[in-house]
Structures are given as structure tokens and as C-alpha cells.
Design a protein. Sequence first.
Length: 133
Amino acid sequence: SWSFLANEYLISARYYEALGAIDIALEIANSDKCFLHKQKYLIYKAQGNKELALFSLNNAIFHMPQRREIYLEKAKYLSNIQRNIEAYFTILEAEKRTQKVIDYHYNSSAWDNTFNILKNNIYVLARKEGLIL
């Protein structure tokens, strides 16, 4: 499948080819758009392109807004790029998603105590950035 090919290109740092494979996959009817946009995020993240990485995460959320996992990924990424206030509000959005589905989007850290620890850590960092609640 195109997404597997894109992953192989990503591993090989062949980013242009990886993006091309994802773009082809996105044109396929009934393709998992959330998964594909998350793959685009990983490509842009590997390139250090923060804005396109975030754009891709937002597209993934658009295609699967009911899932906590993609919000968690966005919160972690925002925190990694020192945007902890945004990360905190994103993790609060993640917390509102309560439908747990065990499939290939599933990430246990979105549901277990790891989530609460991450939420607290991001909160502490957001406070240092000036968050006032």
C-alpha cells in the first residue's frame, strides 16, 4: 500500500518520495485520512518543518475528531517545540474524548496514568510560560 511505501521512504529520509506516496494514498476513496495525515506529520516533523507538521496534525484531527490519540500526539509535539500553553489546551481537548477504541490508532498512553502524568507535566511547563487559570 502507498502508506507502507511512504513509511519506507520516511525511514530512508526520502521525504519528497514519502510525501508523494501519501498524496497518492489520500486520493484513494475510503482511505484512512487521519492515519495518512498523521504520516505526513511524521515526515514534516522529521524535516523540522513545524508549521506543516502542525497543519498535518490538524488535518488528522479534522478527519477523526472523536479520537483522543491524535490530540495527545499534537499536545506532545507542541510541548516538544516549547509551545506548552497550546499543548495544555490541546491535552484538555484530548481529555474530553472518552470513547476508547482498540485499533491501529490506539495508544495506551492516551488512557492510562501516563496521560495524567503528561497532562500535569505540560501544565507545569505552561505555567512557566505564563499560563494563568
